[in-house]
Design a protein around this ligand. Structure first.
Ligand SMILES: *[C@@H]1O[C@H](CO)[C@@H](O)[C@H](O)[C@H]1NC(C)=O
Ligand SMILES: *[C@@H]1O[C@H](CO)[C@@H](O)[C@H](O)[C@H]1NC(C)=O
Ligand SMILES: *[C@@H]1O[C@H](CO)[C@@H](O)[C@H](O)[C@H]1NC(C)=O
Length: 330
């Protein structure tokens, strides 16, 4: 039932979104300012060496950090954007849908930010001890992507992800897809982009949304992803798909920000078959932000090199601060 409904919905959305936009647009005019700025200044993930970000580029992440943090607030406060400091930091935001119960299903919200002309989707994370438990050996089973949401023609069974993340993602994916399509349609004259945001478990859930959206939406819908403290989500084939469709393309954008000695991003271990996509930005002990090329850059300036194993990690770094923003609703 869900399957038929979703496939019909995807098809009609695609037809609508594909025909709604004239093909003769000049593409840079509808990219986000923040997206463009970051794009221009952040060295390409293909660039062979580590580069330090300038302070304007670091600052350009701040609105997204507050969006990630606001996802920890209850849906009854995100739906009317009354969640306090995290909401006030992006005061022009217009939410349109919110859900989750904060226990079985992480909180989430969807809305439109007119300042940067993007539809925002954010997922709540989980506390630092629960995320480590989820990434523990007992729970690291991988599974193919849910074929209702991810067509097997694009996502073969050999592409696999963490089963717990996949199950959690399946519970909200259709509601969020519908909310995002509604926002795109409501703002279609401005051809908005879509930005997926989250911290911790929320970063993993938003990554699965980003992959689902990039496979379903026409190319003019630019997708950008900003994840904080992202654990490894899938195998090499999954990481390569993310690289090909989100990281290495000029139209989309992908950044995963890792903080100091946070052990979460080095889990589950590579020896279990897990790999990160490229697009890492690492916050050093000095608070400098460095762009780390490659999928699991082993330099000590990047998370894999900075945190050899869980014992040298510092779980207190998981929540930030990310340029002054500590994740959580307060
Ligand atoms: C929002 O819901 C929570 C329970 O999820 C409740 O404790 C809180 O009082 C509600 N807040 C408002 C402003 O209604
Ligand atoms: C937002 O919704 C909550 C819960 O329904 C309510 O208590 C609060 O007054 C609302 N705030 C605004 C700014 O509308
Ligand atoms: C796949 O996703 C659909 C839609 O959310 C859901 O109904 C179904 O239970 C999911 N299947 C699995 C195996 O998780």
């Amino acid at each position: 039932m869900a399957r038929l409904f979703f496939h019909t919905l995807v098809l009609s959305t695609l037809v609508y979104l594909t025909t709604a936009i004239p093909t003769t647009r000049n593409s840079p005019s509808f990219l986000l300012p923040v997206h463009l700025k970051a794009k221009a200044d952040i060295p390409s993930p293909l660039f062979p060496s580590i580069k330090t970000l300038t302070s304007p580029v670091i600052s350009s992440f701040k609105p997204y950090s507050y969006y990630a943090s606001a996802a920890y607030c209850t849906p009854n406060t995100t739906i009317n954007w009354s969640c306090g400091a995290n909401c006030d930091a992006n005061s022009g935001f217009k939410p349109s849908a919110a859900g989750g119960d904060g226990t079985d299903t992480q909180f989430w919200y969807v809305g439109y930010d007119a300042n940067i002309n993007t539809v925002v989707v954010a997922h709540q994370g989980t506390d630092k001890h629960s995320i480590m438990a989820l990434l523990d050996d007992a729970d690291i089973l991988m599974t193919p992507l849910n074929s209702t949401l991810f067509p097997t023609s694009t996502f073969p069974d050999s592409m696999q992800v963490h089963k717990g993340f996949s199950d959690d993602h399946s519970r909200t994916a259709i509601d969020i897809y519908v909310a995002v399509v509604n926002e795109i349609v409501a703002n279609i004259d401005k051809t908005p982009s879509v930005t997926l945001i989250g911290h911790s478990l929320g970063a993993a859930l938003s990554l699965l949304d980003a992959v689902m959206f990039v496979s379903h939406f026409p190319d003019w819908v630019h997708i950008q992803y900003i994840g904080y403290g992202l654990p490894r989500v899938g195998n090499q084939e999954f990481a390569d798909y993310v690289d090909a469709h989100l990281v290495m393309t000029s139209d989309n954008g992908f950044w995963r920000i890792t903080n100091k000695k946070d052990p979460v991003p080095i889990n589950p271990g590579k020896f279990l078959g897990y790999h990160h996509p490229s697009g890492e930005v690492h916050i050093e002990e000095t608070n400098a932000w460095d762009s780390c090329p490659g999928q699991d850059n082993p330099s000590s300036l990047c998370i894999v090199g900075a945190v050899d194993n869980d014992f040298v990690g510092d779980l207190d770094n998981h929540d930030g601060p990310y340029d002054g923003v500590t994740m959580g609703c307060d």
